[in-house]
Structures are given as structure tokens and as C-alpha cells.
Ligand binder design. Structure first.
Ligand code: BGC
Length: 279
């Protein structure tokens, strides 16, 4: 998985560039001379996916999105993932993000999703549902992998920490480009609380915090993470990274460089595909 972040994408057996004459259907035909893998991002509000052009680190086709069902139990989410993939004529490997700890394809935690995911063999569930090979990984790890190769972390050495601010706070820690998976820094304790219950974008919305107030909380959080890891760089991701100019200039007590993510909404999809290519 980390290999996907630090090395050129390896083409798994049978999944390299597909010449037009052996391509099957419209989606396959467009893979001429280019390596594609399908990426799916499972989020709290939407499940979105598309074939990813791994040479460019971008979507090869417009993504398809369905609303996340509620309750988001493994079985119904797997149906939604199948709906997203089924929207395309796709028959290769699929990389899928999950907003929790994932070890060896098993989802271990479920802070903001249905608790039925805890200890579910998601890889087997999703791969049976799609009848395709599947790689499952943490959503922030996927976004980080994409940013380190195609976005804000390109070529960066040392300790780089990507943080995604959304419903929760996700983290991806890289040391010289190598991912340390499942770091879950959103659950560090801050002011006696789970940090993501204090400084996520959802909390900003729920408590109607001003940019100033929220930036102050984010600063306290970043200072804490910095004390533990002394990173060279923080990459600030999640939807709010589009509005980085509203809050990053308000944060001035952090030593590390801070830059907004570049791939924004598609980082998870791209990183999921990269992880599937490298696994
Ligand atoms: C989860 C992480 C996830 C983050 C962002 C947290 O609540 O524990 O695994 O990366 O939310 O979705």
C-alpha cells in the first residue's frame, strides 16, 4: 500500500494498459495506452467512484455517486458500491476506501458509520458482491497516497502528515514517502475530548463556529500533533481544503509548513485505485 505512494505504479498481472483490440466495451476501449484501475470512496454522505487513470492520477471518466444508505450496514453499502461500479463497464481490480481502521481487508473500527462494520471481512464481502478483486483501505490513507504522488506532497521527504477534515478527522502519516497505515490521529485526546469531536468540519457546522473560532481549535490540534511527530509538512485535506484561504492564514503557531490538498474531492478515489494497483 505504502509502495503505491513512493514508487511508480506497478501493473498487477493482467491489468496493464489495454490495447484497443482486446478492450471490452466502452470503458475498456478508453484505456488505450494507459493504466486504469477503478477507485471507490465510501463516505458518510456519498459513495462515489470512477475508473482512474494512474498515469495522470486523475479520473478517466466522470465519477458516479450514490447517496450513502442509512443505516450504512456492510450489506447495503456493498450493494451501493456494486451500483457505482455497475454504472461502468468495468471488469478489473477495484480499490475501495473505508472511514475506519482496515487491516488485511478487515474493517476494525467504525467511528462514524454503522457499528456492524467492526471486524467485518470487507474485502471478501465486497469482492464477492462485485465478483472482482478488491483492495480496501482507510479513506485518509488513500487520500494521502494520492496527494504524495500527484498532489501537495509530491517529492516530499521526511515526515509528512495529511489530515482530512470532514465528518471526522482522518490522518495519513508518511515517512520518506512510505505510508504508516491506520494512524487514526483524529482520535487523539484534546481538551479531554476525542479531537475530531472538537475540531472536525462537522463540529464547525453543528456549533456554527466562525472561521476564527474553528481555526483556533484546529491550531490547538495541529500543535498537539506537531508535539508528537514534528512533521516537516501538514497537508490539509477534506472538502474544507477548498476554503483554505479562510482559515490557514489564521493559524500561526505551527512550525511545520501547512498546505492545502490539491486533489480535493477525488483524492480518495485516486488513492484507492493506486492502492489496488500496488497490492
Ligand atoms: C475514522 C478514521 C477516518 C476519519 C475520516 C475517523 O472517525 O476513525 O478512520 O479516516 O474519520 O473519515
Amino acid at each position: 500500500m505504502g509502495g503505491a505512494a513512493s514508487h511508480p505504479v506497478r501493473h498487477p498481472p493482467g491489468c496493464g494498459p489495454v490495447p484497443r483490440e482486446v478492450g471490452r466495451g466502452a470503458a475498456r476501449a478508453r484505456t488505450v495506452g494507459r493504466m486504469q484501475i477503478f477507485g471507490v470512496d465510501i463516505g458518510g454522505s456519498g459513495i462515489k467512484g470512477a475508473p482512474v487513470d494512474l498515469d495522470r492520477g486523475d479520473l478517466a471518466q466522470e465519477r458516479h455517486k450514490v447517496l450513502t444508505p442509512h443505516p450504512a450496514t456492510p450489506e447495503v453499502v456493498a450493494d451501493s458500491v456494486a451500483e457505482v461500479v455497475g454504472h461502468f463497464d468495468w471488469s478489473g481490480p477495484v480499490g475501495i476506501t473505508f472511514p475506519g481502521v482496515v487491516t488485511s481487508g478487515v474493517t476494525r473500527t467504525a467511528a462514524n458509520v454503522d457499528k456492524g462494520w467492526i471486524d467485518t471481512d470487507a474485502r471478501t464481502l465486497l469482492s464477492n458482491k462485485l465478483s472482482l478483486p478488491v483492495t480496501v483501505l482507510n479513506d485518509a490513507d488513500a487520500a494521502g497516497i494520492a496527494e504524495m504522488t500527484f498532489g501537495a506532497g509530491r517529492g516530499r521527504k521526511g515526515t509528512v502528515i495529511m489530515l482530512t477534515f470532514g465528518t471526522g478527522i482522518g490522518s495519513a502519516v508518511f515517512i520518506d514517502g512510505q505510508l504508516v497505515p491506520n494512524t487514526e490521529l483524529g482520535h487523539l485526546e484534546l481538551n479531554g475530548h476525542d479531537a475530531e469531536k472538537h475540531a472536525s468540519t462537522k463540529v464547525k457546522e453543528d456549533e456554527d463556529l466562525s472561521w476564527h473560532h474553528w481555526a483556533h481549535r484546529v491550531q490547538r490540534y495541529l500543535t498537539h500533533v506537531e508535539m508528537l511527530f514534528s512533521p516537516e509538512l501538514f497537508i490539509i485535506g477534506g472538502g474544507v481544503s477548498r476554503k483554505a484561504d479562510k482559515f490557514l492564514p489564521l493559524i500561526d503557531h505551527v512550525r511545520a509548513e501547512m498546505i492545502p490538498a490539491e486533489l480535493q474531492n477525488n483524492a480518495g478515489i485516486v488513492g484507492a485505485a493506486m492502492a489496488a494497483a500496488g497490492s
